[in-house]
Design a protein around this ligand. Structure first.
Ligand code: ADP
Ligand code: MG
Length: 393
């Protein structure tokens, strides 16, 4: 995350407040939209970091009150011709470096279904070898995996990298890296040291990028199975891919010190039922179409923006898992994705308003403290004991 804000320079371990960074990416019009008369009406000024939606004057707008032209300012704006590399270099490359320095960073993709969340996070699905980071279609996940291993190969420290990948559908967590086909009941626990974690979630140690790409192919297969079994699974599920890097050094008294950093890459469910203020729309409520986690995310953002004394993190699994990313110790960037056509203007405005509000959330990025090998072992022993107790219950 390249940071333009003045406070960013103080973020390194300083626990000074740092705003959540917000980027907007507008995808190019698709074949269906190109048949419409106003298929490219959202203007993106990448240099100024501005997105302008048109006034509805002269353009017939169904089921909505006429609105005037409106310009929104964001930290970064990517127009329809922006490349995957541009998005990566601007919002993710710095985050990878910060993870290696010992920070936890999170990047969310938020927006209506079909606007490019998965394209941004994972990359072009239709392309051969889409997971390969040399591919120009590769998204943030394969590019960050590649950068992490390139950096680690250059460092002379001993390192280890672990990945986990989960999906959340209807408040049920699926471990995409589990080899078992049986549905596990994964629960979230709080840990005073490391924050929330999912007990029993597979964390696979990986040696290089090609191993991660193989793992990602396996998890993609698991999602395809879920898609065929559950209605609209991909637009209603959230996925969280996490890369954890441990780097080892030796202290002056000979103890082994471990630095830990985490990168969370989050592809959220489609935001089409979420209104401008983050509340679920009346229409969606009537259809019983409520995504508990997205609703809770909107409430958490509102509570943080409005400085409410109570932030309802515990209302959903998503907000529990991402508590430190919103108003917490992580460095966070939201990439809001939108479409360019008049036919999706209502959704586009909702997304822009939502993303604009999120800009005022402040986090206090904190570098993870170094732990000795003994402390880390004690931590694992504690978790194992918990897992054993859980299995016996
Ligand atoms: P979402 O995950 O938000 O539902 P997708 O990422 O699946 O949306 O994108 C929908 C379609 O639009 C896909 O075919 C994708 O390849 C295409 N697309 C999305 N964003 C872009 C972009 N920036 N450039 C080119 N094609 C894109
Ligand atoms: Mg998607």
């Amino acid at each position: 995350m390249a940071d333009r804000s003045p406070s960013a320079k103080n973020g390194r371990g300083g626990e000074r407040p740092l705003n959540v960074q917000v980027a907007v990416r507008c995808r190019p019009p698709n074949a269906k939209e190109r048949l419409e008369p106003h298929f490219n009406i959202v203007q993106c000024d990448e240099n100024a970091g501005q997105v302008t939606t048109p006034g509805t004057c002269g353009v017939v707008r169904k089921a909505a009150a006429a609105t005037g032209e409106k310009t929104y300012n964001f930290d970064y704006v990517f127009g329809p011709t922006s490349t995957q590399k541009q998005v990566y270099d601007t919002v993710c490359s710095r985050a990878v470096d910060e993870v290696l320095e010992g920070f936890n960073c999170t990047i969310f993709a938020y927006g209506p279904t079909g606007t490019g969340k998965t394209h941004t996070m994972e990359g072009g699905k239709d392309e051969k070898n889409s997971n390969h980071s040399d591919d120009r279609h590769a998204g943030l996940i394969p590019r960050s995996v590649k950068q992490i291993f390139t950096r680690l190969r250059r460092s002379n420290q001993e390192n280890s990298v672990r990945v986990s990948h989960l999906e959340l559908y209807n408040e049920h967590i699926t471990d995409l890296l589990s080899v078992s086909d049986e549905a596990e009941k994964l629960r979230i626990y709080d840990d005073e040291k490391t924050g929330t974690f999912v007990l029993g979630l597979a964390e696979t140690t990986v040696e290089d990028e090609s191993q991660v790409f193989q793992i990602l192919q396996r998890s993609a297969k698991k999602r395809i199975t879920a898609e065929t079994e559950m209605n609209k699974y991909s637009s209603r599920s959230h996925s969280i891919f996490t890369i954890t890097v441990h780097s080892k050094s030796t202290s002056s008294d000979g103890d082994e010190l471990l630095r830990v950093g985490k990168l969370n890459l989050v592809d959220l469910a489609g935001s089409e039922n979420i209104g401008r203020s983050g509340a679920v729309s009346q229409r969606a409520r009537e259809a019983g179409n409520i995504n508990q986690s997205l609703l809770a995310l909107g409430k958490v953002i509102n509570a943080l923006v409005e400085h409410q004394p109570y932030v309802p993190y515990r209302d959903s699994k998503l907000t529990r898992l991402l508590q430190e990313s919103l108003g917490g110790k992580n460095k966070t960037c939201i990439v809001a994705t939108i479409g360019p056509a008049f036919s999706s203007l209502e959704e586009t405005i909702s997304t822009l308003e939502y993303a604009f509000r999120a800009k005022s959330i402040k986090n206090r990025p904190t570098m993870n403290s170094m732990v000795t090998k003994k402390e880390l072992l004690a931590d694992y022993t504690r978790r194992m004991a918990r897992l054993e107790k859980e299995l016996l219950c």
